[in-house]
Design a protein around this ligand. Structure first.
Ligand SMILES: Cc1cc2nc3c(=O)[nH]c(=O)nc-3n(C[C@H](O)[C@H](O)[C@H](O)COP(=O)(O)O)c2cc1C
Length: 209
């Protein structure tokens, strides 16, 4: 692997539980791919392009199968750059907490910016076709509660199914999730225990990435 895009969707820096688990992944990953360039995209620190009327108009032009010209092309330059950065990676690592049962808003914003026809998917006679092929993704999340299979909260997890659907739609189907949970609901002892478990899982996933 030559280039890993690491997308960070927590604003909590060193206090972040998600990033603690991520550090364990990266430790093993760096040993496995010492010459891999890790491009870090901190969604709370970097400014994402807006999607206002002009850019949305551009999206509909692309959806109709035409190309962008003139003012529309110009208003798309930042979006195109953001997509190029995404496409240029060979693999993806997303570090995101759960916010209100789904993803924090900058990650939704990022997804709205990059998921564009002609770039990441296209419509064919047989329906939509993802254009990002043969790439792996790891998603590391942490959650205040427990949304694992045996939990009564399971059906409230709109984070993992959402991310699987969105990235599956563009062709990324090889996705491993490592969910550290519960981080808040059962206190600090359980939290530390679950972070340690998630770190072990992250190291195993990094070894086969
Ligand atoms: C705005 C906000 C919304 C949250 N929503 C949820 C939620 O819906 N479900 C949940 O289990 N935890 C929720 N949490 C708790 C976080 O998911 C949890 O504390 C997580 O470990 C934070 O990760 P971080 O330390 O990497 O930022 C929320 C936290 C914040 C700040």
């Amino acid at each position: 692997m030559k280039r890993l895009l690491h997308i960070i969707a927590t604003p909590r820096g060193d206090d972040s539980r998600t990033l603690k688990v991520t550090a364990a992944f990266l430790e093993v990953f760096r040993k496995k791919y010492p010459s891999c360039y890790i491009d870090t995209l901190d969604l709370f620190a970097e400014k994402l392009p807006a999607l206002t009327e002009k850019q949305v108009d551009g999206k509909y032009v692309l959806l109709s199968g035409k190309g962008l010209t003139g003012k529309l092309e110009k208003s798309w330059s930042e979006i195109a750059k953001t997509i190029e950065r995404f496409i240029s990676a060979d693999g993806y690592l997303i570090s995101t907490p759960m916010w209100n049962f789904s993803v924090p808003y900058p990650l939704k914003h990022y997804i709205d910016v990059i998921l564009q026809p002609k770039y990441l998917f296209r419509y064919t006679e047989n329906g939509a076709e993802g254009l990002v092929k043969g790439k792996k993704m790891v998603v590391i999340t942490s959650r205040g509660g427990d949304y694992s299979q045996i939990s009564p909260l399971r059906s409230y997890d709109f984070e993992e199914p959402y991310l699987r659907a969105v990235f599956g739609f563009i062709g990324i189907t090889d996705i491993n999730f490592i969910n550290a949970q519960p981080m808040d609901a059962l206190g600090p002892l359980v939290r530390e225990d679950k972070i340690a478990l998630a770190k072990e899982a992250a190291k195993i996933v990094a070894n086969v990435f």
